[in-house]
Ligand binder design. Sequence first.
Ligand code: NAG
Ligand code: NAG
Ligand code: NAG
Ligand code: NAG
Ligand code: NAG
Ligand code: NAG
Length: 341
Amino acid sequence: MGVCGYLFLPWKCLVVVSLRLLFLVPTGVPVRSGDATFPKAMDNVTVRQGESATLRCTIDDRVTRVAWLNRSTILYAGNDKWSIDPRVIILVNTPTQYSIMIQNVDVYDEGPYTCSVQTDNHPKTSRVHLIVQVPPQIMNISSDITVNEGSSVTLLCLAIGRPEPTVTWRHLSVKEGQGFVSEDEYLEISDIKRDQSGEYECSALNDVAAPDVRKVKITVNYPPYISKAKNTGVSVGQKGILSCEASAVPMAEFQWFKEDTRLATGLDGVRIENKGRMSTLTFFNVSEKDYGNYTCVATNKLGNTNASITLYGFFSSPELTVEEEEEEEETVDGLRLRNEY
Ligand SMILES: *[C@@H]1O[C@H](CO)[C@@H](O)[C@H](O)[C@H]1NC(C)=O
Ligand SMILES: *[C@@H]1O[C@H](CO)[C@@H](O)[C@H](O)[C@H]1NC(C)=O
Ligand SMILES: *[C@@H]1O[C@H](CO)[C@@H](O)[C@H](O)[C@H]1NC(C)=O
Ligand SMILES: *[C@@H]1O[C@H](CO)[C@@H](O)[C@H](O)[C@H]1NC(C)=O
Ligand SMILES: *[C@@H]1O[C@H](CO)[C@@H](O)[C@H](O)[C@H]1NC(C)=O
Ligand SMILES: *[C@@H]1O[C@H](CO)[C@@H](O)[C@H](O)[C@H]1NC(C)=O
């Protein structure tokens, strides 16, 4: 072993050994996997960011000097620590194994590490790649957005991770399997339609950990559309209700007219009630003069539409039998809707 001991290196020897090691490394030939000659390092080491990586080198008793290097920088030479990085520690230094550990591994630790040994004055090296994985994480995603129907929308979802995560967008409000709308960080929708409103989910996926998932809500404004307006037959002296239903975003406001007169709760024995998409006009005590055509007007900031609804008397048309009237009620349903924007 000469002047410089193998397990303990006096300061002067350290310099000599280190210089020799430094000199040897760049010319070192990596030992192929499965090569029987020493030293034998393990296959590539894959760890997640934040975990510890163990670098093992199998040696034998012919080995006189050992060192682990990060690229061309010595981390450990024998038991002596050269690295100033507190995360690097020695684990095993025996005649058969020489191992170090890197704690709290970060992405910049990724790269080639070399086990360098000296056997009977022959330098040998073995290289191992430290691969650092990072779970997918969405860093920047668009906020919830409200747009008018027909406009264009671009959503963005930026994710990090190693390996680079795959980013996909899915529309959650549609049936299973039909929801994939983009396999990209950007989701572009031009001429957006009302049925494209709802929640969109961005998913960032790599094979390191569960995908990172976040949601964005798109609200699509559109003008009112009257979906239900029903003619109603009521006898004099009874209670009568006309109803009108409109879909709209934002929600529609309703007005009722008879000819040019706007109706209001409390006037002429009527009450107007609005509940969500539905508006009702109630007559507490129907009289002959109440019969006729009423207009329901639904309005939001994008426009308005109206429908004409008839309140008719059961006995006002003598030629109609009760059965025919019932049929009439069915067929007249919704026939005179005027949905124009
Ligand atoms: C080790 O990693 C390096 C760099 O990523 C790669 O070129 C090499 O093929 C890997 N070797 C094995 C045995 O996986
Ligand atoms: C390895 O070398 C790289 C590049 O110089 C450096 O950023 C990293 O901190 C080193 N890691 C260790 C564990 O020495
Ligand atoms: C997110 O990305 C947008 C568009 O590239 C950019 O304007 C914004 O500053 C980013 N926000 C954050 C928090 O990175
Ligand atoms: C309904 O109106 C008629 C005529 O005005 C009246 O005679 C009758 O008492 C009213 N019925 C009710 C329940 O108010
Ligand atoms: C009501 O409307 C229908 C169809 O628009 C029309 O035929 C009928 O004459 C109207 N009735 C009255 C009383 O205005
Ligand atoms: C109902 O709609 C028609 C056609 O859009 C329009 O001409 C009419 O003025 C509207 N009536 C009311 C009361 O808003």
